[in-house]
Structures are given as structure tokens and as C-alpha cells.
Design a protein. Structure first.
Length: 241
């Protein structure tokens, strides 16, 4: 598993967890820059911001149009119905509930087991498709304390998946040690300003799924924790340039 990498690794191909948000879009570009075969996977788990899934097809098409090499590498997309996860999750991401902090210090946007479920299903698809690398946007630098975003969690799950499927998967997390400003810089490094503008204008990170409001950093309600994180990261990125 890696938090970053340089150069191409054509072996095995990659399956990218693509939600339609900033982080996963940047991870897709990162994978297209490194692997000769790249497929994507998304999950509908009854999230309030399910509208982000509608952005995925246009996002994939725009990235392919941006770079002929990326176009030749981009393969199939998979969308899985994980509605059961939403049914058993009493969280602000799966219920019409005000976003707030819980007594244990975690925000009520935490969906227990979400990344564990996502990566396990992704590995199941990757097994069938003959893909070795699974790429996710988990991050321990700018995050809300979600325990399933921690590097130790991803490392442990990589071991468990390898043992349970008798297949050596690599869980790549290129954003693990990057803050949001660094994630914008990574997009610029991978695809220049056109990719930054694509990620800014055609991805959604808002917990409430607000596409109608537009800001200098992209669409969103402007008030939820995800919007605040994206805004602060974009401002820092623009200041650094």
C-alpha cells in the first residue's frame, strides 16, 4: 500500500473508488497516470448526497477527453447498490438529521463500517476483473476523525483481504498524508489547470448534495463540514500558487 508513488506501475491494473467528489476524482487521475488498465466503482448506499453519483459519467468522459493516454486506459465503470448499509446506519449522511458532534467526539456523519464495506466489495469486483490495485481517497490529514480513514485501518484490511481471497491486493491511498490544499496541488501536477478546473466545477463534496449554489471552489451548500474543508483547501492552494 502506498500514500504516494512516482512513475508507472502497469502490473495488475487498478480499480478506483469514484464517488463524484474532489478526492476520488483526483485519485482517478492519479491512477490513470500510473496504470495501463483503470476501472471505476461507485456505491449507492442511500446517502443524502446521492446526487454526486450522477456526476461520475461526465467526470469520466471529461478526463478521457483531456488526455488521449488516459482515454486509452480508462475501462469499465461499476455502480453497486449498497442500500442495506444506509438502512442500518443512523447517521447524518443517511438520514435527514442536523450535522453535529456526538458524545464520543466523532461527527454524526460517520457511517460505521462504510470504507470497510466499500473496499471489501471493491476487492470482490477487482478479483473478478483481474485487477490488483484498489485506489481510494481515504485521508488521515484532513478528515473528521473517521476511524476507517486511518492508515492503520487500511493496512489491516489489505492484509485481511489478501488472506481471505488468497490474492495479493494493494490498497493505494495517494491522499493519505495530503491536506486539501495538497490535493488541489496534486490535481494540477497530474493534469495542469484544466484538471483543477474540472475537479472544481464538476465534482461535489457537499454532505447535503447542494449542486445549485456555486462558489469559487465549486458547488456546495457552503456551510457543512465537507464544504468548509474544501473551501479552506482551495483558498490555501490558490494562496500557495
Amino acid at each position: 500500500m502506498t500514500g504516494d508513488s512516482h512513475g508507472e506501475d502497469p502490473g495488475g491494473g487498478a480499480l478506483v473508488l469514484l464517488s463524484g467528489g474532489q478526492d476520488s476524482a483526483t485519485c482517478l487521475a492519479w491512477a490513470l497516470d500510473r496504470f495501463e488498465q483503470v476501472e471505476t466503482i461507485g456505491f449507492d448506499y442511500g446517502q443524502r448526497h446521492v446526487v454526486e453519483l450522477d456526476l461520475r459519467a461526465d467526470l469520466r468522459a471529461a478526463m478521457a477527453a483531456m488526455n488521449p493516454r488516459w482515454a486509452s486506459r480508462l475501462g469499465d465503470d461499476h455502480l453497486l447498490d449498497l442500500g442495506l448499509l444506509g438502512q442500518i446506519s443512523e447517521t447524518a449522511l443517511t438520514r435527514d438529521t442536523e450535522i453535529a458532534m456526538r458524545e464520543d467526539g466523532l461527527p454524526n456523519t460517520f457511517v460505521p463500517g462504510r470504507n470497510l464495506v466499500f473496499l471489501t466489495f471493491a476487492a470482490t469486483v477487482a478479483y473478478r476483473r483481474g485487477l490488483r490495485h484498489i485506489v481510494g481517497g481515504m485521508c488521515e490529514t484532513d478528515f473528521s476523525g473517521y476511524p476507517d480513514c486511518r492508515d492503520d485501518t487500511i493496512k489491516a484490511l489489505q492484509v485481511a483481504l489478501g488472506l481471505g481471497m488468497d490474492r495479493r491486493f494493494v490498497l493505494d491511498t495517494p491522499l493519505m498524508w495530503r491536506d486539501k490544499a495538497a490535493t488541489w496541488h496534486l490535481a494540477e501536477m497530474l493534469g495542469g489547470i484544466p484538471l483543477v478546473e474540472l475537479v472544481r466545477d464538476q465534482t461535489l463534496s457537499c454532505y447535503l448534495g447542494e449542486l445549485g449554489k456555486r462558489h469559487e471552489w465549486g458547488p456546495g451548500c457552503g456551510n457543512c463540514p465537507a464544504c468548509d474543508l474544501r473551501r479552506r483547501g482551495y483558498v490555501a492552494y490558490r494562496t500557495d500558487r
